[in-house]
Each structure stands twice: as structure tokens, then as C-alpha cells.
Design a protein around this ligand. Structure first.
Ligand code: MF3
Ligand code: CO
Length: 248
């Protein structure tokens, strides 16, 4: 069941999204070679606590940190560590969220660490571009598959692959609500979009094959072939007109 949010609930979700958006903006100038992934998480934890909100991820299904920090071939759910030092040429995905008055925000970006290869630059740009190709269809009366299909077309046209094992989702009083939103699929399929739906759209893409495996830590998902991965996510609202991007 897809939960439709009232204007009042959407206003709370907009507020929940403010620090999320600010952190993701700030991280683009904070992330530097020599930092550990734990340093990134420390920044996020402090920022969320200062905002008076709660971190969405810490304790969620036992997850131990406020942010997921995934480097290179790590696709999602990288656990921050003091031992994982970011190096020039790496790419790093940061996924984070807050809870405010019972409502979740959820968003992610992938950042270059220092100077990176052209291919990885294009990977990061394509994750973002595919999100926007998808939300072009995020309008009432369209179907969910229109978004999924547009993301897939965009990613594959650049020669990259769409991760299958992780998907976007509805978001609200729970971080993961219906519907599941794959980043691949058929146009004109799936539920119709209705004003008041709040969705976390989050393409995860890779340079090589889309197959992933979870590391022995039980969280970190990596590409099986070692290809690098990028992630771009925003929490959005379906309206009578253009979608609202709460986290951008
Ligand atoms: N942002 C992730 C998602 O969209 C959630 C991270 S899972 C957590 O599914 F357990 F680490 F919180
Ligand atoms: Co999400």
C-alpha cells in the first residue's frame, strides 16, 4: 500500500530534508584525500545532532553509523571505518538521512576524491543525469515504470549498468515504504503516480556488470567484477505539477 502524505506531513518531510540537503552540499568541499570514511561519518553525526534531528540510519536493522560511505567498487551500505582512507582517484558515495517529528529524509551523492579518471567522472555524472531523466516522468497520471525505464535507458546509453539488487522506495514515517522503485523496467507498467506520494529515487550504477555481493561485514555491497559504482538519490514529492525535490 502506497501511503499518500497530507500537505502538513509533506511540510514536516521538507523540514527533515533540510540538513540532509545541506550536508550533501557541504561534503563536496569537505571530502579530500587523506580523510577516513569515519571522518565523513563523524561530520554527518555531529551535523544531525546539531540540527536537533535524529540520524535515520544509526540502529536501523542494526546499522552502526549515521552515513553509508561506499568507496570505488562498493555500491552501497559501506560501513565507515578509521582504517579506510580516501585516496586521490577514488570515488566515494555518501548516503544519509534524518528523522524529524517521525518523518524520514533519505539522499545520496557520489563525490570524486581529488582528481579522478574521465571514465569515473562520467559514471558520477550519469548517475545524476539518470535521476533527472527518471523524474522527468514523476508526474501524476504517469506510472512508476516510466521512471524506472527512463533511468535504465539513460544509464545503458552511456555504456554503464544498472544495479538490480538495490532499489528506490517510498519514504515517510518509515524509511522504506511501498512502492519499491527499481532503476530498470518497463514504461507504462506499475502503479500510477498520485499527488502526495513521497519517493526516494536512487539510481545505483556501475562501470561493468551489475552483479553485486555483500561482504562478510553483512552490509557492504560490492560489484563482483570490481567495477566502480555511483549512487545519486533524492527524496521527492509527486504533485499536481512538477515534482518537488526535498533533498536538493
Ligand atoms: N539510504 C538507504 C536506502 O535507501 C538506507 C541505508 S540502510 C541503513 O535504502 F540501514 F544503513 F540505514
Ligand atoms: Co533510499
Amino acid at each position: 500500500m502506497i501511503i499518500i502524505k497530507s500537505d502538513e506531513e509533506i511540510e514536516l518531510m521538507r523540514q527533515a530534508a533540510v540538513p540532509t540537503k545541506e550536508m550533501l552540499e557541504n561534503l563536496s568541499s569537505i571530502i579530500k584525500p587523506g580523510m577516513s570514511t569515519k571522518d565523513v561519518d563523524d561530520y554527518v553525526e555531529e551535523y544531525i545532532l546539531k540540527s536537533g534531528m535524529k540520524p535515520a540510519f544509526k540502529g536501523y536493522s542494526g546499522y552502526p553509523a549515521c552515513a553509508c560511505v561506499s568507496v570505488n567498487e562498493e555500491v552501497v551500505h559501506g560501513i565507515p571505518s578509521k582504517k579506510r582512507i580516501l585516496m586521490e582517484g577514488d570515488i566515494v558515495s555518501v548516503d544519509l538521512g534524518t528523522i524529524y517529528k517521525g518523518f524520514y529524509s533519505d539522499a545520496a551523492r557520489t563525490y570524486p576524491v581529488g582528481k579522478i579518471s574521465e571514465k569515473h567522472q562520467k559514471l558520477i555524472e550519469t548517475a545524476e543525469k539518470s535521476f533527472f531523466a527518471g523524474i522527468f516522468f514523476a508526474r501524476k497520471g504517469n506510472r512508476l515504470g516510466d521512471i524506472s525505464h527512463a533511468i535504465q535507458e539513460c544509464v545503458e546509453a552511456e555504456g554503464f549498468s544498472v544495479i538490480r539488487d538495490y532499489v528506490g522506495h517510498g519514504v515517510g514515517r518509515n524509511m522504506h515504504e511501498d512502492p519499491m522503485i527499481p532503476n530498470y523496467g518497463k514504461a507504462n507498467h506499475g502503479p500510477q503516480l498520485v499527488p502526495g506520494m513521497v519517493l526516494a529515487i536512487e539510481p545505483m550504477i556501475a562501470t561493468g556488470a551489475y552483479n553485486v555481493k555483500v561482504m562478510p561485514d553483512g552490509w557492504t555491497a560490492v560489484t563482483k567484477d570490481g567495477g566502480f559504482a555511483a549512487h545519486y538519490e533524492n527524496t521527492i514529492v509527486i504533485t499536481d505539477g512538477d515534482p518537488i525535490l526535498l533533498t536538493k
